[in-house]
Design a protein around this ligand. Structure first.
Ligand code: AP5
Length: 218
């Protein structure tokens, strides 16, 4: 299965991506995670990306496309993949389509996660992440068992730099301007399925599994 998770920041894409990648046995490629890893390692790519990310802006297309194509070319992605947070611009979507066509492949499904703005802001404001194993929590809805510590590895949890209140609004504006046009882009290609992102993680997961089981969403 070759699938894309599309939607505004904080809607719950990453939370659901981990579960789907595991249960379908496909690799999850999160451009946000890959970029944060490069920033943490202070690679030249990470240094170039850091300021864009901290301002809540998109990293330039050429940088992200190169990163994704390198990953998609790896043996583990030959039987399928889940792209979380890519593409985010029409240029990225066009480039992905060209790349997959050159391999004789296409996308099976694009899942568009929808949610009210108030709930998005609540989810982003309360998010805490493990800088080591990348597990994601929420202070109220998905709290760690021990206050401030990752359940999986015990590392102290952090708040992402771009999850600060002053950056949330700009990320939402960037999403509206540059990424939301992809909803129509994939709708016209008849591979878009809309998922209501509201409710418990388990309820969203059930709806998502049902959506992915449908042969095609028209
Ligand atoms: P990225 O990391 O992709 O951020 P994003 O798309 O803004 O998505 P988020 O990680 O904020 O949210 P999510 O939808 O995954 O939600 P989550 O599951 O964590 O990108 C970061 C930056 O990198 C970008 O701003 C840009 O600079 C750069 N970048 C990345 N990709 C790029 C690209 N393709 N091109 C250019 N630049 C790029 O959930 C959020 C919170 O809610 C968590 O606390 C979670 O525990 C909680 N939660 C989840 N589900 C539920 C639920 N059902 N009920 C209650 N709480 C829930």
């Amino acid at each position: 299965m070759r699938v894309i998770f599309l939607g505004p920041p904080g809607v719950g894409k990453g939370t659901q991506a981990d579960y789907i990648a595991q249960s379908y046995g496909i690799p999850k490629l999160s451009t946000g995670d890959l970029l944060r890893e490069s920033v943490a390692k202070e690679t030249s790519l990470g240094k170039a990306a850091k300021e864009y990310m901290n301002r809540g802006e998109l990293v330039p297309d050429a940088v992200v496309i190169g990163l994704v194509e390198e990953k998609l070319g790896s043996p583990e992605c030959q039987k399928g993949f889940l792209l979380d947070g890519f593409p985010r611009t029409v240029t990225q979507a066009d480039q992905l389509s060209t790349y997959l066509s050159s391999r004789g492949e296409g996308l099976d499904r694009v899942v568009y996660f929808s949610l009210s703005k108030d709930e998005i802001v609540r989810r982003i404001s309360g998010r805490r992440s493990c800088p080591d194993c990348k597990a994601v929590y929420h202070l109220e809805s998905v709290p760690p068992k021990k206050d401030g510590l990752c359940d999986a590895c015990g590392t102290p949890l952090i708040q992402r730099n771009d999850d600060k209140p002053e950056t949330i609004e700009s990320r939402l504006a960037v999403y509206q301007e540059q990424t939301a046009p992809l909803i129509e882009y994939y709708k016209t290609r008849k591979i878009l399925g809309e998922l209501d992102g509201a409710g418990l993680v388990s309820a969203v997961q059930d709806r998502l599994v049902a959506l992915l089981a449908q042969p095609r969403v028209e």
